[in-house]
Ligand binder design. Structure first.
Ligand code: UDH
Ligand code: NGS
Length: 308
């Protein structure tokens, strides 16, 4: 019952730093240098596959019903290797064209990454931005969210506007929790980064004493003379590297199908102050469909629902 559904699944590629590289178990399996995974393990990784190897997308009517026939005798290890790859592969192919939701995918990525390991810093990194300056250290500030892509070539190496928070940013798990993660309601292009900026600043209004402490003890500041920007909400701050350091090249591209401008973004932004406590990490729902350790990244396929 592997069927190509209507636009339901959204593919999330999350880049986990320090991940086992090309010599990891996935690669070893492909090179046949690792025993095939156990059937129980494959089953565990594919919770939505039912008895007999059936899979049905949970939230839509399939358009196709496909059976896969394998001629087989005495090849248990091969069968297990095939099942291990095929189930997530087929579920991935069903990734649909429903409206993109960058902030919700980032929420999912952060939550799943934190299940894996106790990261001290999590980067939120657009796929089309290449850092150009080695001094732009990929670390977190201990107290405040950091915005790193302050000087992109497409904006002539400066901020397009002073509150811009798009592209590449970083939070510690504690900062992420305190700001209730990111909004889940921005379907389509635009505004979600402004909401994230506003909610981090809203939160920071609660820790004004820490800001004061940081200014008294400069040793609390991160390396490379990150400086604190004055922002609109009651003198709150977001950390940024200097313009000369936060250089990024953007891989040129057009707008994506399924990520058209969100006409509701301005209305949503007006309500950030009211909504940030209830829309975010604490209201996040999704279904994890598969998780694959590729040689250079971890690929999570998730169902995050659709624009209501
Ligand atoms: N992304 C995808 N796939 C998509 C859409 C977005 O992977 O279909 C991710 C990707 O990481 C990307 C990020 O979401 O870098 C941000 O999306 P974007 O690159 O489209 O946004 P950006 O604002 O570019 O950087 C906008 C170019 C077209 C704007 C049209 C509206 N003015
Ligand atoms: C603002 C958007 C942001 C976006 C930024 C840069 O207008 O989400 O432009 O866009 N805010 C709203 O639409 C409310 S860019 O020039 O990269 O296409 O990140």
């Amino acid at each position: 019952d592997y069927s190509r559904p209507h636009d339901v699944y959204t593919n999330l590629t999350s880049l986990l730093l320090h991940h086992p590289g090309p010599s990891g178990p996935e690669q070893q399996l492909r090179d046949c240098t690792l025993p095939s995974p156990l059937l129980e393990e494959i089953k565990e990784k594919n919770p939505l596959v039912t008895l007999g190897g059936h899979y049905r997308p949970p939230d839509c009517e399939p358009r196709h019903h496909t059976a896969i026939v394998v001629p087989y005798r005495n090849r248990q290890t091969h069968l297990r290797a095939l099942l291990y790859h095929l189930h997530p592969f087929l579920q991935r192919q069903q990734s649909g064209n429903s409206t993109f939701n960058r902030a919700k995918l980032l929420n999912v990525g952060v939550r799943e990454a934190l299940k894996e390991e106790d990261w001290s810093c999590v980067f939120l990194h657009d796929v089309d931005l290449l850092p150009e300056n080695d001094h732009n250290t990929y670390t977190c500030h201990p107290q405040y969210p950091t915005h790193l892509s302050v000087a992109m070539d497409k904006f002539r190496y400066r901020l397009p506007y002073s509150q811009y928070f798009g592209g590449v940013s970083a939070v510690t798990p504690e900062q992420y929790l305190k700001m209730n993660g990111f909004p889940n309601q921005y379907w389509g292009w635009g505004g979600e980064d402004d909401d994230i900026a506003a909610r981090s600043q809203s939160h920071l209004s609660l820790v004004i004493i820490l800001i004061f402490t940081a200014s008294v003890y400069p040793s609390c500041l991160p390396p490379h003379s990150h400086r604190r920007d004055q922002v609109r909400l009651s003198g709150m701050k977001i950390m940024r590297p200097p313009l000369a350091i936060g250089h990024y090249k953007m891989i040129k591209h057009k707008g994506d199908q399924g990520n058209e401008q969100n006409p509701r973004r301005f209305d949503l932004l007006k309500r950030t102050r009211l909504n940030w406590r209830s829309d975010g990490l604490n209201s996040l729902t999704y279904k994890l469909l598969s998780k694959e350790l590729e040689p250079l990244y971890t690929n999570l396929t998730v169902n995050i629902g659709d624009d209501p």
